[in-house]
Ligand binder design. Structure first.
Ligand code: FES
Length: 576
């Protein structure tokens, strides 16, 4: 097997010349023959001035390089796309698959025996893991780590649950313009990923649960020495697996580890985005994803992690409470402890080494859970034939069974235009409906599912309403919000036929989401919908065209259809 610099030679029709030329050029960087004969460990560089969540990447790269060289390897850093959540237009999800393709192709195109993938902001870790699963080169994932918490008037603040809470207070007139500007300087006091259990933290936990990252790597803050030591250890391990040639991502991403990740996703009160990404990762690995099994786990496993937005604390507190291994110790009855880990041991080994921290309130036990059920439920019904999701751990208990009048917004633009109109016909018991905000409709399925409470209701003190859409929601958000309705309105899903004044039933206990119309009226509207042309609004060229043509629906992970491992649906279709 060819290794190191000899891997994947550029095609000049003469292999000897190709290697000679490659060496001649790389020696321009001052490398010795000794260095160039070593196993090569690629390291992704996702630093970007547009991505503060990756602000510590240069430091981490130095630590990874040190680890690689301590183990006798040659580190080679290479750039890939970086996606900073709030700097990506139209939405970061639109770019996730592009980053996955870029990362996969650069791993395949350049000579390396293993790779360290450094990422953190919401879409980067899933993109990198999707890429690693497809490239199937030995890989270690290194999270950038969460930022530390901030303070305002004696109150602990963290991005970005508190961003939303404070902004809602501002909208309601309780915080003035001067104070909200002050708060904007205190919500993100350091580089690193959001400090609550948002999508970045969820994915950091998922990659550790999958065994792709070292134990204790999920929650160590971005700015702590622990994070740099984890980076050094990741580099060292990457050099070892470069020589061994194993484990590969396909050894680690299996039906067992995907199920372990589902268990963790429910128990941490994870982001709904984490579900889409986990489905996409499973699809890249050729592992089927059972949404019903995920839902059932949610009934069996309570939320044990007391972190915002479901609970009270922040990621750094999870690290100090023993990290993910200590949480997984509470879940051993549900986990496959034999699942291998990138460290060379098993999940059981990682749990056995977990620290016990007395008198902490971050990781709860089964006897005193934060919430009686898991984070998420999968809904079905005539409004969501292929499913929808609700993060009921962060929703209002009194709205878990609710019937209300639909107030429909036809697009994100329509929502923006009318939501604060004083003349909007809306009452606290109504159900806000947003459509054409799914993978193809928006495009890119933006995090618009957390519809703001209409200004006139917010000012009356209304804090939550049932909101349903084919969009996504930030993992840092909270409220009674039904998301990912599939199929989406833009491809003819039933969400497209809802009219103002229709009645809708949400019943989380029975997992139903129903448009309360009689059957013949429903069929008539669906037949009329088929005659109309779908609503799309994106340019038909370049990456946008590829996205429009190939993106899958939310229940299939929103990957491109041609990137699945074996082309089969990730979540098998079942009649509901
Ligand atoms: Fe990057 Fe939250 S914005 S992790």
């Amino acid at each position: 097997m060819t290794t190191g610099l000899r891997k994947g030679l550029t095609s000049y029709g003469d292999a000897g010349f190709s290697l000679f030329l490659r060496k001649a050029f790389i020696k321009a960087m001052g490398y010795s023959d000794d260095a160039l004969d070593r196993p090569i460990i690629g390291i992704t560089n996702t630093f970007s001035d547009y991505n503060p969540c990756h602000g510590n990447v240069p430091d981490l790269i130095e630590s990874v390089k040190r680890g690689v060289m301590l183990a006798g390897g040659l580190p080679m850093v290479f750039p890939t796309i970086s996606i900073g959540e709030s700097f990506a237009h139209p939405t970061s999800m639109f770019l996730r698959n592009l980053m996955a393709m870029d990362t996969e192709e650069m791993i395949n195109a350049q000579p390396m025996d293993s790779v360290v993938l450094i990422g953190g902001c919401d879409k980067t870790l899933p993109a990198q893991v999707m890429a690693a699963a497809s490239a199937d080169l030995p890989a270690v994932v290194l999270q950038t780590g969460p930022m530390v918490v901030g303070n305002h008037k004696g109150e602990v603040l963290g991005a970005c649950t508190d961003c939303r809470r404070m902004w809602a207070q501002h909208r309601a007139g309780n915080i003035d313009l001067v104070e909200i500007e002050t708060i904007s300087g205190r919500l993100c006091p350091s580089v690193g990923t959001c400090s609550v259990m948002g999508t970045a933290s969820t994915m950091a936990c998922i990659v550790e649960a999958l065994g792709l990252a070292l134990p204790m790597s999920a929650a160590a803050p971005a700015t702590l020495a622990d994070r740099r030591r984890i980076a050094e250890a990741s580099g060292k391990r990457a050099a070892e697996i470069a020589v061994a040639g194993t484990p590969k991502p396909s050894d680690l991403i299996t039906a067992a580890s995907i199920r372990n990740a589902m268990v963790v996703l429910q128990a941490i009160g994870g982001s709904t985005n984490g579900l889409i990404h986990l489905i996409a990762i499973a699809g890249r690995a050729g592992v089927s994803f059972d949404l019903d099994a995920f839902d059932q786990l949610g009934r069996d496993i309570p939320v044990l992690l007391n972190l915002k937005p479901s609970g009270a604390h922040y990621m750094e507190h999870l690290h100090h409470a023993g990290g993910l291994p200590a949480l997984m110790r509470e879940l051993t009855a549900f986990l496959d402890l034999d699942a291998p880990n990138i460290s060379g041991g098993t999940l059981g080994d990682a749990i056995a080494a977990a620290e016990s921290v007395p008198d902490q309130d971050v990781i709860r036990s089964f006897t005193s859970p934060l919430k009686p059920e898991g984070a998420m439920a999968i809904l079905h019904g005539n409004l969501a034939p292929l499913g929808a999701v609700i993060k009921h751990s962060a929703a209002s208990p009194h709205l878990m069974r609710h019937t209300g009048r639909a107030v429909v917004f036809d697009s994100i633009e329509d929502l923006t235009k009318r939501i604060d109109d004083p003349g909007l016909d809306v009452a606290p018991d109504d159900i806000l409906v947003l459509r054409n905000a799914g993978p193809k409709g928006a495009p890119g399925m933006p995090e618009a599912g957390y519809l703001p409470i209409p200004m006139k209701l917010a000012r009356q003190g209304v804090k939550d309403m049932v909101r349903i859409s084919d969009a996504r929601m930030s993992g840092t958000a909270f409220g009674t919000v039904v998301l990912h309705i599939a199929p989406e309105a833009a491809v003819g899903g039933p969400l497209a036929i809802v009219q103002n004044g229709d009645r809708i039933l949400l019943d989380v206990d029975t997992r139903r989401l129903e448009l309360l119309l009689d059957h013949s009226e429903l069929q008539q509207r669906l037949a009329a919908l088929k005659q109309s042309s779908p609503r799309r609004g994106i340019p038909q060229r370049g990456y946008s065209k590829l996205f429009e043509d190939c993106v899958l629906q939310a229940d299939q992970g929103c990957d491109f259809d041609f990137l699945l491992r074996d082309g089969a649906p990730v979540t098998p279709k079942k009649d509901k």
